[in-house]
Ligand binder design. Structure first.
Ligand SMILES: O=C(O)C1=C[C@@H](OP(=O)(O)O)[C@@H](O)[C@H](O)C1
Ligand SMILES: C=C(OP(=O)(O)O)C(=O)O
Length: 445
């Protein structure tokens, strides 16, 4: 796995100011979607800028176990170029007939692969780290089993581990709940062309769909691989018969917009300007809208096609916002709220409870350690900053975003020298950003 040699915990040395340019690692969401689409497509795909982290290694290793040929070659710009041999398109996808696959804690790997393997058929076991076995997958399994898939739970019903056997999928119409994770709909959309042989396939969404911008990423990348999806609002999606995934040849992975949030927030809290390169106005990721939230907090934001810059503009303004569209980057707002001039409310974030940890509970616990007054609800968080941020050792719950979010407070401590904030178990950043603390140290001068 992708481990940097970080110590047991990180204490930042004293820094004078925060400023600089950060070249972002590739987007996790885009990387894992492209890998699977490339494996399902006709022809060979060359992928520039793929994220190298635990989540993408899980997907790459699974594809290798399934007999998909891929290789990585170094390039002049420091990022490897991955080449994935396609599976021959719809009807021509030949995965190994059986495999035992470790999915780590990568939602973007287990959910789409479950759908793909159920549709392709074979004898597959999928399992992950203990937390993965607490993350729901029942809505996706129900949707697939209802149309003839053979997926069994080998642990607790509704959760991985899973055993997938060969089923007989024939449906022209299926439905899936959209209110626990958008990844279930993403998974079904990605395999819909494999089912749409001889007839169209329509997917109906039951319940209010959450995290909608991630569906836009899915549809955008499917289009890049030659498949268009007809959309009836957010309620139903149709893939017409006879479409096949075709390799676009070369495809480039944007920088990760969720990873960008920590650097932008650092610029917002501690001076700046801090510029991130790799995402900007042209991005297909919803999390670029984190910049809008910062703007509402009074931060000076400038944006180019492929970069975003944040500069502090005095103390932050407290906000009361719905963050359903950017659940990952919203965690960064919860920590930035420590520097606001009043109570910040994050609404409509229930999905936080079923991610790497119960993020609403974890965030509330750790913010309180620093002296904040936090009110926690089933789907919201209210953060009132303390008069002075205290010293604390922050626990990270094996959640990369907890570690990256709270690095902002460690930074504040290092700048103002009044407090000391230690980050326990920083290695968990390996899920999406293995050298995060090195990149962070480079802007804290
Ligand atoms: O499809 C994706 O790439 C993702 C969707 C989101 O999950 P939910 O749809 O479960 O909110 C997000 O939190 C996750 O990090 C990545
Ligand atoms: C929720 C996340 O990951 P996953 O793709 O495993 O759902 C995340 O990266 O914040």
């Amino acid at each position: 796995m992708t481990q940097q040699n970080y110590p047991e915990h990180i204490d930042l040395a004293t820094v004078a100011h925060v400023e600089g340019v950060v070249r972002l690692p590739g987007s996790k969401s885009i990387s894992n979607r492209i890998l699977l689409l490339a494996a399902l497509a006709e022809g060979e795909t060359r992928i520039g800028g793929l994220l190298a982290s635990d989540d993408t290694h899980v997907m790459l290793n699974a594809l290798r176990e399934l007999g998909v040929r891929w290789e990585a070659q170094p390039t002049m710009d420091g990022y490897p170029m991955h080449t994935v041999a396609g599976g021959g398109g719809v009807g021509g996808v030949h995965f190994a007939p059986s495999a035992d696959l470790f999915m780590g804690n990568a939602g973007t790997a287990i959910r789409p692969l479950t759908a793909a393997l159920a549709v392709i058929g074979g004898d597959y076991k999928l399992h992950g780290v203990p937390r993965m076995h607490e993350r729901p997958i029942g809505d996706l399994v129900d949707a697939l089993n209802a149309i003839g898939a053979q997926i069994e739970y080998t642990g607790n019903p509704g959760y991985p581990p899973l055993h997938i056997r060969k089923g007989n999928l024939t449906a022209q119409r299926l439905s899936v709940r959209g209110d626990v994770s958008s990844q279930f709909l993403t998974a079904l959309l990605m395999v819909a062309p494999l089912m749409a042989q001889g007839h169209a396939v329509t997917i109906d969404v039951v319940g209010e769909l959450i995290s909608k911008p991630y569906i836009q990423i899915t549809l955008n990348l499917m289009r890049r691989f030659g498949v268009t999806v007809e959309q009836d609002g957010w309620a139903s999606f149709t893939v017409q018969a006879g479409q096949r995934y075709k390799s676009p040849g070369l495809i480039h992975v944007e920088g990760d917009a969720s990873s960008a949030s920590y650097f932008l927030a650092a610029g917002a809290i501690a001076g700046g300007p801090v510029r991130v390169e790799g995402v900007g106005r042209d991005s297909i990721q919803g999390d670029v809208r984190f910049a809008e939230a910062l703007e509402q907090m009074g931060v000076q934001i400038t944006m180019g096609d492929n970069w975003i810059e944040a500069k502090s503009n005095g103390p932050l303004k407290a906000v009361d916002m719905d963050f359903n569209h950017i659940p990952d980057a919203a965690m960064t707002i919860a920590v930035a709220a420590l520097y606001a001039d009043g109570t910040t409310t994050l609404r409509n974030i229930a999905s936080w409870r079923v991610k790497e940890t119960d993020r609403i509970a974890a965030m509330a616990t750790e913010l309180r350690k620093l002296g904040a007054v936090v009110e926690e609800g089933a789907d919201y968080l209210k953060v009132t900053p303390p008069a002075a941020i205290g010293s604390a050792a922050i626990d990270t719950y094996d959640d990369h975003r907890m570690a990256m979010c709270f690095s902002l407070v460690a930074l504040d401590g290092a700048l103002r020298r009044g407090n000391n904030v230690r980050i326990n178990d920083p290695k968990c950043v390996a899920k999406t950003f293995p050298d995060y603390f090195d990149a962070f140290a480079a802007i804290a001068k």
